[in-house]
Design a protein around this ligand. Structure first.
Ligand SMILES: Nc1ncnc2c1ncn2[C@@H]1O[C@H](COP(=O)(O)OP(=O)(O)OP(=O)(O)O)[C@@H](O)[C@H]1O
Ligand SMILES: [Mg+2]
Length: 349
């Protein structure tokens, strides 16, 4: 795959209708004994897109990724990746994909350059190709001044950058990234995402799992998994549009009291306190604002309602069991803004 593909061709390819998807799965299923880790999932990932995988812990994201890479044999389903039948044609797939696991698999006792050279050797690059490719990656990924440093002594963000560089050393057409940015600071995460978009703009398709809502918002398309099942998919705008009218923010002098007044109201799905405000999500078919206004009046509480468009976090709460149970940013979720650390779940109480 050329890294110089024209941007316009790439944009056209991102349209799921415009050409054969890079990943096409129908009924993808994986059982581990009695555990149904992935349950009849249908997926369609367009070329040159950044496609997000979202879901609570244990919802099947890593298992699905491993099946799509050909590392795990599916229990059932039809899977085509880059036009190849998986798992039957996995050997042919290997040279065309990159995979960055949930724990970066670097060799701690090798230097930065040695890690890249090793991966190039594994991928079958010639010596000459390796030299130019590693030189390019060292420059692009800002390792010029630390080529000899042992990978084990790099910071978390630097390790993540090196792991990405290792995963693309052979210029894969398709890149699987399993929670690549967990435990990395917001600025490093932003830089990492810049690199992902650079890759997508040159035609690489990227499937990335994340617990960060700001990262999910950046994806061209998303799939949300829950207990192994696909519970929502689409562009971020399509997903949030489905919740129109169901979200409202409440500014109350006594937010805890207001939360207690709202939490058991019929039609209220979740009430999350965010600072001094409450974020309310109503059930399907329920208009949030009048319902909330009435409940607060009944409780004799003064509060202001502020229109607040639905976010992906609301979508997550709406479609996942854990999101519904916690009534807020689900237990497996991180906050949406780059400048705030991952939050603890805010209990519906
Ligand atoms: N090799 C295995 N043997 C038995 N069960 C497994 C195996 N791998 C995964 N599972 C189970 O399958 C389910 C899905 O796990 P998976 O790792 O795919 O979830 P995940 O969405 O990636 O979670 P996380 O967000 O925590 O990484 C879990 O219940 C897990 O315990
Ligand atoms: Mg996982």
């Amino acid at each position: 795959m050329s890294e110089q593909a024209p941007a316009r061709a790439v944009d056209a390819a991102r349209d799921p209708e415009s050409c054969e998807p890079v990943i096409l799965a129908r009924g993808m299923t994986k059982h581990f004994g009695p555990v149904v880790a992935v349950d009849h999932v249908d997926l369609s990932v367009p070329k040159a897109s950044v496609y997000g995988f979202l879901g609570p812990n244990g919802s099947g994201k890593s298992t699905a990724i491993r099946m799509l890479c050909g590392l795990l044999t599916p229990t059932d389903g039809d899977i085509r990746v880059l036009g190849l039948r998986i798992p039957e044609q996995t050997a042919k797939l290997r040279q065309r994909i990159g995979y960055m696991t949930q724990k970066f698999s670097l060799f701690d006792d090798l230097g930065v350059r040695e890690n890249l050279e090793f991966m190039a050797a594994v991928q079958g690059l010639s010596k000459a190709e390796t030299r130019t490719r590693v030189d390019d990656l060292v420059a692009q990924y800002h390792f010029g001044d630390r080529q000899e440093q042992l990978a084990g002594s790099l910071s978390g963000g630097q390790k993540q950058r090196l792991a990405l560089a290792c995963a693309i050393v052979h210029r894969p057409e398709l890149l699987f990234l399993d929670e690549p940015t967990s435990a990395v600071d917001p600025e490093s995460r932003r830089d990492f995402w810049e690199k992902l978009f650079e890759l997508a703009d040159t035609g690489t398709t990227i499937l990335v799992s994340t617990h960060y809502m700001d990262e999910a918002e950046r994806c061209h398309r998303l799939a949300i998994l829950d207990e192994g099942r696909l519970v929502a998919d689409g562009t971020p705008d399509e997903l949030t549009a489905r919740l129109a009218g169901r979200t409202v923010e409440v500014q109350a002098g006594q937010p805890r009291q207001a939360q207690r007044a709202l939490v058991d109201v019929a039609g209220v799905l979740s009430v999350a306190q965010i600072g001094n405000k409450l974020r309310v999500l109503a059930d399907e078919g329920v208009d949030a604002a009048p319902r909330v206004r009435q409940a607060l009046a009944d409780a004799g509480l003064h509060a202001q309602l502020v229109d607040s468009p639905p976010s992906l976090e609301d979508v997550f709460v709406d479609v996942t069991r854990k999101g519904r149970q916690s009534g807020a940013a689900g237990s497996a979720l991180a906050r949406t803004r780059d400048d705030s650390p991952p939050s603890a779940p805010e209990a519906r109480q």
